[in-house]
Design a protein around this ligand. Structure first.
Ligand code: FES
Length: 107
C-alpha cells in the first residue's frame, strides 16, 4: 500500500499527482468526496492525467482530450483506447493510501 497524500490536498472535483521515488506517478481524483486512483500517465501519450479536466467520473487528458473513467481506468473516448490501471483507495486518518498490486489485470 502506498501513501499518496493527505485527503485535504485533493479538492472536491479536482485531481492530484502523487509522485514516488520508485514507481511512476499516480493520479488521485476526488469525485464529490469519493477518492479514486489511476496511473497518472495517459496510455495515448506522455501526458499527466492529473493535469486534465475532471468531469464527474471522467478525466479528460490535457494533450488530445481523450477520456478515461477514473473508477475503472476504462478508456471512454478516442484517441484513448487502452485503459489506464486503476487502484483501490483507502482513506485513514485523513491520509489517502493506494493499494498497488501490479499483478491484477488492467480493466
Ligand atoms: Fe492523452 Fe493523447 S496523450 S489523449
Amino acid at each position: 500500500m502506498l501513501k499518496a497524500c493527505r485527503a485535504d490536498e485533493v479538492e472536491i472535483d479536482d485531481t492530484y499527482q502523487a509522485v514516488f521515488d520508485d514507481r511512476p506517478p499516480i493520479a488521485i481524483y476526488n469525485v464529490g468526496g469519493t477518492f479514486y486512483a489511476t496511473d497518472d500517465t495517459c496510455t495515448h501519450g506522455d501526458a499527466s492525467l492529473a493535469d486534465g479536466l475532471l468531469e464527474g467520473c471522467a478525466i479528460e487528458c490535457p494533450f488530445h482530450a481523450g477520456t478515461f473513467d477514473v473508477r475503472t481506468g476504462k478508456a471512454l473516448t478516442r484517441p484513448c483506447v487502452e485503459p489506464v490501471r486503476a487502484y483501490p483507495v483507502k482513506v485513514e486518518d485523513g491520509v489517502i493510501y493506494v493499494l498497488v498490486d501490479e499483478s491484477l489485470p488492467v480493466e
